[in-house]
Design a protein around this ligand. Sequence first.
Ligand code: NAI
Length: 331
Amino acid sequence: AKEPVRVLVTGAAGQIGYALVPMIARGVMLGPDQPVILHMLDIPPAAEALNGVKMELVDAASPLLKGVVATTDVVEACTGVNIAVMVGGFPRKEGMERKDVMSKNVSIYKSQASALEQHAAPNCKVLVVANPANTNALILKEFAPSIPAKNITALTRLDHNRALGQISERLNVQVCDVKNVIIWGNHSSTQYPDVNHATVKTPSGEKPVRELVKDDAWLNGEFITTVQQRGAAIIKARKLSSALSAASSACDHIRDWVLGTPEGTWVSMGVYSDGSYNVPAGVIYSFPVTCKNGEWTIVQGLAIDDLSRKKLDITGAELCEEKELAYSCLS
Ligand code: NAI
């Protein structure tokens, strides 16, 4: 039998946490033959609710779940973890400036960076979900210098999956037959959902999405804004932000990272930019990546047309500006 993998979920008493921990316990993240021990962290005001989640996990009696640590102690939460899914954060409240939200969150990520660096298992893989996700991940990377930069990522898989969903609805095809969309840049409304290299499996072979949709105005307009603003549309409908889709996408992100992407398929991940595609280096930027043996690689050599170039630059500029703002909050 396999040794259990220790998976940390921060903010585990929150909305996404409540959707995510049962998925992990049932093998959605790491596969049906991988036992797990869940580490759940939240803050003291949520301690009782966190304990309730632990009670429900016990009651769910998942055969893969070999233990649960539910704590408000960051060190206890981080100790020995192989995977860390960082969902905990300070939500934007009415009347709060962007800078105030940024300030609250980057200080959380700065301190949790140190705890992970000192107490997580070697080679721990980190996924930051909490917003501003890319910049929180960057701060985590900067303040955990001994964790390799390649181990620190941000979630844009939800945006990627949203793009797949929109194409599948438009063409009335199965979502599993659509692949290789790309989310470039920031997990924010400047992100660029790009279908220029996306394809659909059809009875007569793989066809480009552009050829099948035959409506460039839709692809260059409404499709992009729908994906960019999907989060806001969910809030409007549910009066709460996306939770089950965020949790499910976080599982997809980790699963593909650990177990590998299928041959011929790439996914979108926020990763530490090396300046590929002439986007800014030194920020966490979402790229198309393939994964193998637990490591991601940016897909190289894709053609970037003029419209795309502008959009890659806009979201890159926003990330540089966020980085500056984050540092000004910490100084
Ligand atoms: P929520 O407010 O329901 O849960 C957040 C939890 O984090 C709360 O239980 C809170 O007590 C906890 N928390 C606050 N500070 C903490 C700290 N220092 N350490 C540990 N836990 C802490 O929020 P929800 O809906 O679960 O969303 C979580 C985050 O994910 C938000 O920042 C949201 O904006 C972000 N998000 C990101 C998405 C993405 O695609 N990257 C998609 C959807 C949401």
